[in-house]
Design a binder for this molecule. Sequence first.
Ligand code: GLN
Length: 285
Amino acid sequence: MNVRAALAEGSGALGGSSPGSPFLDAALLLGLALGLERDRVLAAMPDEVPPAALRSYRAYIGRRCSGEPVAYILGYKEFYGRRYSVDPRVLVPRPDTELLVETALRLLPRPGTSREPRCHDAFTGSGCVGVSIAAERPDVEVSLSDASADALELASANARALLGRALDAREGDVLSAAVGPFDLIVANPPYVTKALTDELLLGGDAEPRMALDGGELGLDLYPDIAAQAYALLSEGGALAVEIGEEQGEAVAAIFRGAGFGDVTVHTDLAGSDRVVAGVKHAVRR
Ligand code: GLN
């Protein structure tokens, strides 16, 4: 069987298991089986797929059909221009979350305007948000935390691999492990409703429940995040969190209730509310 036929077979089998991207997923998985990057796979359409590679490829397609994220099968996911190791210890980084990084980068004090700015990334998971900020702004001291020791191990490995140095990483729920004061706190907490989480996990998604399940309305974590962040931020410091697309108003209200000013809701590339940010005491920079 040649590459073209293998891709047709794989993307046909994936169909509904890879909404929107069965062909892309098939090309990534065939690339994994052949030891080729995706563009090389597409350039090799007429070539024969060796039998051993075809067997591996069909096994990968089978795993994907059972709901396993492609990123777990590949062992990595691209985020904000860098490649993160991922496995079932952590949520797979989503493209939507790049908006959290962009918002965070805008909220940080400009380089050279103050002492070394400090930023904390809570619920860090793979580390993708905190590591992206540290990579884009080497002058900022970034720390990470997560309630999962397993996730922190992977986040620390990603920090070392992508930054060439370790970031301070501590185990703790919400912001309990963070040692302030900070100029910026970011978080992508679990915010999927419990009912939808149940549905995703039953559908074969192997991501950790604790990275998805935000309780009945998905809003369980935000009051603690806002209150604890307020206490840990310096005057003029900011909090930015990722949210579900229907949670903008509710989370903005939680921020205001915790004392934040200049509360803004930001939309992602699909036009959905995705990030809420607020400033302590609304001091303008
Ligand atoms: N955006 C993710 C999803 O829709 C959820 C991430 C999260 O809960 N932080 O699956």
